[in-house]
Design a protein around this ligand. Structure first.
Ligand SMILES: NC(=O)C1=CN([C@@H]2O[C@H](COP(=O)(O)OP(=O)(O)OC[C@H]3O[C@@H](n4cnc5c(N)ncnc54)[C@H](OP(=O)(O)O)[C@@H]3O)[C@@H](O)[C@H]2O)C=CC1
Ligand SMILES: O=C(CO)COP(=O)(O)O
Length: 339
């Protein structure tokens, strides 16, 4: 059994800590609010993030990052993308031995267009870094916490490291596959949040399943287009971290991105939406990052562009749908000869 520090005590960090505790690992869940740490250690609950869920007693919470990291070789990083660099800087100040960083966050950094493994590689000095592994896939924290069957992917450029993470997490309700395509796995997980926001918007506008199916499939097309340009394996996008995560996020009320989009579609402003969520909505910052990245490398991403207009240029949601429907006529499948 391994000692693992879970850095980030929100919904996903807590649900993954439960999986690790169910697998009898020594789990140290680090959070930055004293009352939350006391609640977890005393009542074995984390009501703000996972209401009505009893945590296994094996999940021990820590307010001191130093204590959480003591003697640990595996760190599971599960904070919002915007907090990754600051949190890692703290980890680096404390770490005494090389670490394997497993990250389970889904985002792209605006300004740099970096994926999270690229941010980790930049922040961690070589002597403190063993491997970086991504854990991603269709997995709402609320359902993992109920131990409902869930499948995810462990991705690393080091196959052995990906397999080690597969072993750490895999159990009867949590099945883990491996994939060496880190770029594809990270892009799929981050970009599906853009499409989920859009699916929420069309539901909020009162449109139906046809519109949602259109968004999922044409969303997959533009995600794959960007992914190919970034060197990802296109087949990855047909898997759990691509199509799988698109389905789960675009069709579920658990999704914070879908819920945020739904409020936008019903006419609320972005400020109102983000204030009312109380949890991270990664798709907003990722839309900004993906929009600029796509422009920079000359990849067409019409759905992402339409959402950018709504989120950052004050465009009307209904007009954004009309724009997408009225675009110049196209052949559906790319790379196909037109006779
Ligand atoms: N929830 C889910 O089902 C899934 C989420 N993910 C991804 O996991 C990542 C985390 O999401 P999730 O757990 O849901 O988010 P939540 O909003 O539920 O929780 C975020 C957690 O991060 C903490 N945090 C935020 N900023 C900082 C900081 N600067 N320093 C330290 N801690 C910080 C918060 O602390 P505080 O309470 O003090 O604000 C909170 O504990 C996201 O990238 C998300 O896309 C991936 C798969 C599933
Ligand atoms: O990534 C997720 C499920 O796989 C969770 O999505 P949300 O962040 O939209 O809740």
């Amino acid at each position: 059994m391994e000692k693992i520090a879970v850095v980030g005590a929100g919904s996903w960090g807590t649900a993954l800590a439960m999986v690790l505790a169910d697998n009898h690992h020594e789990v140290r869940l680090w959070g930055n609010r004293q009352e939350q740490i006391e609640e977890i250690n005393t009542y074995h609950t984390n009501e703000r993030y996972l209401p009505n869920i009893k945590l296994p007693e094996g999940v021990k919470a820590y307010i001191s990052l130093e204590e959480a990291l003591d003697g640990v070789e595996n760190v599971l990083l599960v904070v919002p993308t915007k907090a990754i660099r600051d949190v890692l800087a703290e980890v680096c100040k404390i770490a005494k031995q090389p670490l394997t960083i497993i990250h389970a966050s889904k985002g792209i950094e605006p300004g740099t267009s970096k994926r999270i493994t690229e941010m980790i590689a930049e922040e961690m000095p070589e002597h403190l870094l063993n491997d970086i592994v991504v854990l991603s896939g269709p997995s709402h924290a609320e359902e993992v916490a109920l131990r409902h069957p869930t499948t995810v992917t462990s991705a690393s450029s080091n196959v052995k490291a990906a397999e080690k993470v597969q072993d750490l997490f895999m159990n009867a309700y949590f099945r883990v596959y491996t994939n060496p395509d880190v770029t594809g796995v990270e892009l799929g997980g981050a970009l599906k949040n853009i499409i989920a926001l859009c699916a929420g918007i069309t539901d909020g506008l009162g449109y139906g399943d046809n519109a949602k199916a259109a968004l999922i499939t044409r969303g997959l097309a533009e995600i794959t287009r960007l992914g190919r340009a970034m060197g990802a394996n296109p087949l990855t996008f047909a898997g759990l971290t691509g199509m799988g995560d698109l389905i789960v996020t675009c069709t579920s009320v658990h999704s914070r991105n879908w819920r945020a989009g739904n409020m936008l579609g019903k006419g609320h402003s972005l400020e109102e939406v983000l204030e009312s969520m109380g949890m991270v909505v990664e798709g907003v910052r990722t839309t900004k990052a993906a929009y600029h990245l796509a422009k920079e490398i000359g990849v067409e991403m019409p759905i992402t562009s339409a959402l950018y207009g709504v989120l950052f240029e004050g465009k009307d949601t209904k007009d954004a749908v009309d724009y997408l429907m009225g675009r110049i006529r196209r052949h559906e499948v790319e790379d196909i000869e037109i006779f």
